[in-house]
Design a protein around this ligand. Structure first.
Ligand SMILES: NC(=O)c1ccc[n+]([C@@H]2O[C@H](COP(=O)([O-])OP(=O)(O)OC[C@H]3O[C@@H](n4cnc5c(N)ncnc54)[C@H](OP(=O)(O)O)[C@@H]3O)[C@@H](O)[C@H]2O)c1
Length: 360
C-alpha cells in the first residue's frame, strides 16, 4: 500500500500526574507490510480504559517490566479493525476483528497480545464490540451474574456507575431484580442513571457525603458492592456490608494515577464480621465465554432493554484527549473513538443491522 500514509501516536514521556497530548508524539510515515503469520489491519474504532495509563509508565520513568511501552513506540489500545491483507491462516482480507492495535491508521499484528484477535460476532456494531459486548461488557456481565451471586431483592451498590462498565452493570443488576444504588461524579451522570438506566438511587460523590448517603439509601446495609474506583468508597461500602455480603473488585481508578499506590482498605476486617467475600474479576479470562454473553445481551441491546451509553470522540488526533477524559471524569458511558471518516455502521459478518443501535 505504497501511496497511503500511516498517522501514528507514539509515546513521548511517562504520564506523571496529568495526562495530555504532551505524553504523545504525532508522526506520519509509510504503511507497513505484514510478514509471514501477520495481518495488516486498518483501524476503525478504539476503546479507552483507565488502565491504559500504565502503558505510559508510572512516575518519572517507564518500567518495561510493568508493561509500559518504551518512549518512541506506538501507543496502543483495544480496537475494531478491518483486515486489509492477511498472511495469517486464521484471518482473511475483509474480516472485522477485535484486537489490540496501535493508535494509528494501519497496524501490523500477529493477533496475539493482551486480548488475542477474534472476529467480531455477526450483527454486533463496532461500538458494542468494544463496549457492552466487549471486555467492558464481560466485566459487567460476569461480575454481576456470577461473581456477585445475586438474589432478587438484594441491595447492589456500585462505584463508577455511569462509566463503561458501570453503565452496563447497573442495568444488568436491575434485570436481576436487585435494588441498585449508583455512585458517580456529577449531576449529569446521576440524572442518566436515574432516568435512563432506572437505578433506585444515586450518590454524587463530588457533591455529597458518600458515607452519609449510603446510610440513608441502604439503612439495612449492602449485599453486593461492585467496585470500579477503589479507595475511600471501598472502605465506606465495607463498613455497611451485610451478612454474607459480596464485594466484586473490578477496578481501582482512584489508585491508577497515584505513585506509589495507596495502602489497601482500612476496613478489610469488616469481611470477617459478616462472613463476607471479596473477589477479583478479570474480564480477559472470560473471553472464551464471549458467545454466551453475546447471546444473553445482544437481544437486550436490540430491544432497547439494555442501553449502550456511549461517549464517542471522533478522529485519531483526539486519542490522547479521549484517554484524558476518563481521568477528568468527563465521559458518560463507554469512552470510544471513531476514526475520521468512519461511518457508524454495523460490523461483524453479514448479518442484518440491529433494529436499534441503543447509543441514546
Ligand atoms: N477487571 C476487569 O477485567 C476490567 C475490565 C474493564 C474495566 N476494568 C476497570 O473498571 C473500572 C471502570 O472502567 P471503565 O472503562 O468503565 O472506566 P469509566 O468508569 O468509563 O471511566 C473512568 C471513570 O472513573 C472515574 N474517575 C476518574 N478519576 C478518578 C479518580 N481519581 N478517582 C475515582 N474515580 C475516578 C470517573 O467517573 P466519576 O466521574 O463517576 O467518578 C471516570 O469517568 C476501571 O478501574 C477499569 O480499569 C476492569
Amino acid at each position: 500500500m505504497p501511496d497511503k500514509t500511516n498517522r501514528r501516536w507514539l509515546i513521548a514521556k511517562p504520564a506523571g500526574s496529568e495526562l495530555s497530548d504532551a505524553n504523545f508524539r504525532w508522526v506520519e510515515g509509510p504503511v507497513p507490510s505484514p510478514g509471514e503469520g501477520e495481518l495488516l489491519v486498518r483501524n476503525r474504532w478504539y476503546s479507552f480504559d483507565p488502565t491504559q495509563r500504565f502503558l505510559l509508565g508510572r512516575g518519572e520513568s517507564t518500567d518495561a517490566e510493568s508493561g509500559a511501552i518504551p518512549p518512541g513506540d506506538v501507543m496502543r489500545g483495544l480496537a475494531i479493525s478491518e483486515v486489509v491483507e492477511s498472511r495469517h491462516p486464521g484471518f482473511q482480507a475483509g474480516d472485522v476483528i477485535h484486537s489490540q492495535a496501535g493508535w494509528e491508521d494501519y497496524t501490523v499484528t500477529d493477533g496475539t497480545g493482551f486480548a488475542p484477535a477474534y472476529r467480531v460476532p455477526e450483527g454486533v456494531t463496532p461500538s458494542w464490540a468494544l463496549g457492552a459486548l466487549g471486555l467492558t461488557g464481560l466485566a459487567a456481565y460476569f461480575g454481576v451474574t456470577e461473581v456477585a451471586r445475586p438474589t432478587p431483592g438484594e441491595t447492589f451498590v456500585i462505584s463508577g456507575a455511569a462509566g463503561g462498565v458501570g453503565s452496563i452493570a447497573v442495568q444488568l443488576a436491575k434485570l436481576q431484580g436487585l435494588r441498585v444504588i449508583g455512585i458517580a461524579g456529577g449531576p449529569a451522570k446521576c440524572d442518566w442513571l436515574r432516568t435512563e438506566a432506572g437505578v433506585d438511587g444515586t450518590i454524587d460523590h463530588r457533591r455529597e457525603d458518600v458515607g452519609a448517603r449510603l446510610r440513608e439509601l441502604c439503612p439495612d446495609g449492602i449485599d453486593i458492592f461492585f467496585d470500579n474506583d477503589g479507595g475511600p468508597t471501598l472502605d465506606l461500602a465495607l463498613e455497611r456490608l451485610r451478612s454474607k455480603g459480596r464485594v466484586v473488585l473490578c477496578g481501582g481508578t482512584s489508585h491508577y494515577a497515584l505513585t506509589p499506590p495507596p495502602p489497601g482498605p482500612a476496613n478489610l476486617l469488616a469481611l470477617v464480621m459478616v462472613n463476607g467475600r471479596m473477589e477479583g474479576l478479570l474480564a480477559r479470562d472470560y473471553l472464551p465465554r464471549l458467545p454466551e454473553a453475546v447471546r444473553a445481551m445482544l437481544p437486550l441491546l436490540r430491544s432497547g432493554r439494555l442501553k449502550s451509553k456511549e461517549d464517542v470522540v471522533v478522529g485519531l488526533r483526539n486519542a490522547p484527549a479521549a484517554l484524558a477524559r476518563l481521568y477528568a471524569g468527563a465521559n458518560v458511558g463507554k469512552q470510544l473513538l471513531r476514526m475520521d471518516g468512519e461511518a457508524d455502521a454495523p460490523a461483524g459478518g453479514s448479518g442484518p443491522p440491529p433494529a436499534r443501535r441503543g447509543s441514546d
